[in-house]
Design a binder for this molecule. Structure first.
Ligand code: 3HC
Ligand code: NAI
Length: 698
């Protein structure tokens, strides 16, 4: 026995209690302990049943992800599951907290399952670029049928115990101490003469149209392969004997274990957790956060207020005039109506959030009691300075003063107050109550506990918070500006916006850059181009064809015309022939002979521009770790999760290859393609971005 499993005897029942905090992952020692425990129980006189239960917050959260990529160690999980299922004793799993992946697979190898009402089960392996690898694709369909099993496996969703009971995944749901209710259930089973019930002996379920299911799943995954591969594993289990199905599952699981997608998704899993774990904030307590102020109730302010209300804070929102205040209230109510419709809140909660919890006012004095204010007024330094001056006058000492500015200098905003240490940037993304990313922008004088409070707010709102430094665009928008420029250059040289969007969507982006621009509104970029025109470097290549469209009053989706044409009531658009005409006109004016771009070249240029700028952002300390950039792009910019982020993508390509590509592009355009010194240095010293993550974690 290993010390990860506590063995205890209760008359004729043996309890194997898993003790591997925090979430009872199935490390080698746990697997060994369970195997030893089964051996010992079977060898002891008078034992009729074994119950497996977890200690702490979960039954079992799955295979130990930290063991992935290392040489596998016996006993292997599929063998352990088969061994448990084959036991001559009656085996019961008593589940609480989560039973995920290998955790559910262990439970499925037991003969009966009881769960707490609050328990959740699932096979989330697809989120790690894998499929269930210890019989999940074989046992679950036999137990509940192919379609519900495929839905669970290909989405990886968590299923609450009451639903799991309805679906037949668990046999009973009962509140109480998992060990006590579990033991009572085992006793009841023994007394009623219940027989062993190995799922492997159940008949194979009815087949479905496998090819159709494979194609649909592949399409839904937008390039992710593991959900579609899970269909094949289930198919093998239905068409072949159980042992053959297990072998097919193992083969597919092992193949996926060696893919870039598995690497990318596991990087995302750990980075998502590491991103808010800043060494500089160790031991720093955040300030109190009960009442939140929001200045400006436009698109962003209303979204931020909605998110804060949904998290349980009270909100005081300030607008300029009564009419605007009324419009802000309506916007917030509209957002909350969405939450009501989706069942996230009930009518009573809706009434509370739009009533007592929310104050909309035109008087700054109403902010005297709030703990943190987020300013979301027009993107204009003078307006922001005026607002911060007023906040300085009315907010209580210690109140955190935050700006949601997209580009402006947070140091300058802070300097306009008498308390720059309380000032921070909190850059939300639109729609702010939906998008997961929050950039916590730390200015030169921001106090540490103010940074900690920014992260605490992010956590309370369910966001992924990333620490960023002050520069034009912080981490995300700054990198975006560069890869967007690379796309603009390709348009001038002959790749159509539609070909570029298609290539990048195929790469896995939720939307291509031109479809995104239409969604955000072309007027934003137009205003920025006009603002920057005077200070532009002569070698900068900025297309003007899109300004011609803006001059005609077309700003993308909201006006029905942009890079694409939009029909009312229809999702997505069709290519706008006017854009093609304007591009050709500009190419003629510039004397450019358009050339062909392959999809691979489009992706390479776009990604290399992103990685190169990201390396500069790192070098300047705007981002502290490569993983901060990865999480920014993943949660704010629709970057495909299965690549892990741009820095992980670069590591997977090999940094020497990325650098060589950039140097190749620089031959024609040395002004734009200046290799980042950090990238050059990493290549020289044979290091990766992930090495920098590891160095930062030390
Ligand atoms: N292996 C190793 N460590 C794990 C783990 C796992 N399966 N699951 C969670 N952890 C770690 C986390 O990294 C974190 O570590 P840290 O404190 O050092 O950052 C700690 O446990 C707590 O996790 P969270 O911060 O995520 O805690 P939450 O309470 O928010 O969530 C959870 C708990 C729901 C279990 C969530 O961690 C989770 O979803 N884990 C992954 C579950 C999963 O994907 N299981 C399938 C694994 S693959 C598999 O089983 C293959 C099999 O089919 C062969
Ligand atoms: P918006 O124009 O929709 O809303 C601004 C609101 O501020 C208006 O309702 C206006 O009445 C109000 N306002 C202006 N001056 C005020 C004052 N002195 N006191 C009180 N209210 C005042 O603008 P939007 O899009 O919400 O942007 C706000 C800020 O958020 C800007 O700094 C912008 O850069 C930033 N941002 C915008 C994003 C977007 O996608 N729209 C994304 C992230 C940040």
């Amino acid at each position: 026995m290993t010390d990860k499993i506590a063995y205890s005897r209760h008359d004729d029942i043996v309890v194997l209690r898993i003790q591997n905090p925090p979430v009872n992952a199935l490390s080698q020692a746990v697997r060994q302990g369970l195997a030893d425990g089964m051996d010992r129980a079977e060898a002891e006189d008078g034992v009729r049943a074994v119950m497996i239960v977890g200690e702490g917050r979960a039954f079992i959260a799955g295979a130990d992800i930290t063991e992935f990529g290392k040489p596998p160690m016996e006993p292997f999980l599929p063998d352990l599951c088969n061994r448990i299922e084959a036991s001559p004793l009656l085996v019961v799993a008593s589940m609480h907290g989560v039973s995920l992946g290998g955790g559910l697979e262990v439970a499925l190898s037991a003969h009966y399952r009881i769960a707490q009402p609050s328990a959740r089960v699932g096979l989330p392996e697809v989120h790690l670029g894998l499929i269930p690898g210890a019989g999940g694709t074989q046992r679950l369909p036999r137990l509940i049928g192919v379609e519900p099993a495929l839905d669970a496996i290909t989405t990886g969703r968590h299923i609450k115990a009451p639903q799991a009971l309805e679906m037949g995944i668990v046999d009973r749901v009962e509140e109480g101490d998992p060990q006590e209710v579990g033991l009572a259930y085992v006793r009841e089973l023994l007394d009623s003469g219940a027989e062993r019930r190995p799922i492997c002996e159940m008949p194979a379920p009815a087949p479905i149209d496998w090819d159709a299911a494979y194609e649909v799943t592949l399409k839904k995954g937008r390039g992710q392969i593991s959900p579609a591969e899970a269909v094949r594993a289930v198919q093998a289990g239905v068409e072949k004997p159980f042992e053959e199905g297990m072998k097919a599952e193992r083969r597919i699981f092992s193949e996926l274990m060696n893919t870039d997608q598995r690497q990318g998704m596991i990087h995302a899993f750990f980075s998502e957790r590491a991103v808010s774990n800043l060494p500089e904030l160790k031991g720093v307590e955040p300030r109190e956060l009960k009442a939140i102020g929001v200045i400006g109730g436009g698109t962003m302010g209303a979204g931020i207020a909605t998110a804060a209300l949904l998290s349980g804070s009270s909100v005081v929102l300030i607008e300029m005039k009564e009419e605007a205040a009324k419009a802000a209230h309506e916007r917030i109510s509209g957002n909350l109506q969405g939450a009501l419709k989706r069942g996230k809140i009930d009518q009573a909660k809706f009434d509370h959030l739009t009533g007592t919890a929310l104050t909309v006012s035109t008087e700054y004095d109403s902010l005297s009691d709030v703990d943190l204010v987020v300013e979301a007024v027009f993107e204009d330094m003078d307006v922001k300075k005026q607002v911060f001056g007023k906040l300085d006058a009315v907010c209580k000492p210690g109140c955190v003063l935050a700006s949601n500015t997209s580009y402006l200098d947070v140091n300058e905003i802070a300097a306009s107050t008498k308390r720059p240490e309380d000032v921070i940037g909190l850059h939300f993304f639109s729609p702010a109550h939906v998008m997961k990313l929050l950039e916590v922008v730390v200015a030169d004088k921001t106090a540490k506990d103010v940074v900690a409070t920014g992260f605490a707010l992010g956590k309370a709102l369910g966001k992924i918070s990333v620490r960023a430094g002050v520069c034009d665009g912080f981490i995300g928008n700054r990198i975006l500006a560069t890869y967007r420029t690379a796309a603009d250059h390709m348009v001038l040289d002959g790749a159509s916006p539609y070909k570029i969007d298609a290539a990048l969507e195929k790469f896995g982006f939720a939307m291509g850059p031109f479809a995104v621009a239409d969604l955000a509104g072309l007027d934003i970029g137009w205003a920025t181009r006009k603002r920057k025109a005077a200070t532009r470097h002569p070698e900068e290549r900025v297309p003007t064809y899109i300004d011609r469209l803006c001059e005609q009053g077309h700003f993308g989706q909201k006006t029905g015309q942009g890079y694409y044409l939009y029909e009312k009531g229809k999702r997505g658009g069709t290519p706008n022939p006017e854009i093609t005409r304007l591009i050709e006109e500009e190419q003629k004016e510039r004397g450019i002979t358009p050339r062909e771009f392959t999809e691979a070249e489009i992706v390479r240029r776009y990604m290399c521009a992103m990685v190169n700028e990201a390396a500069k952002v790192l070098e300047e300390g705007i981002a502290k770790r490569p993983l901060d950039i990865d999480m920014t792009l993943l949660f704010g910019y629709g970057f495909p999760r299965y690549w892990g982020g741009p820095m992980k993508w670069a590591d997977i390509q090999g940094l020497p290859n990325v650098l060589a590509a950039i140097e190749g592009f620089a031959e024609k355009d040395p002004w734009f393609w200046k290799p980042a010194p950090l990238l050059v240095d990493l290549v020289k010293t044979n290091r990766t971005f992930d090495d920098l993550n590891k160095e930062a974690a030390k």
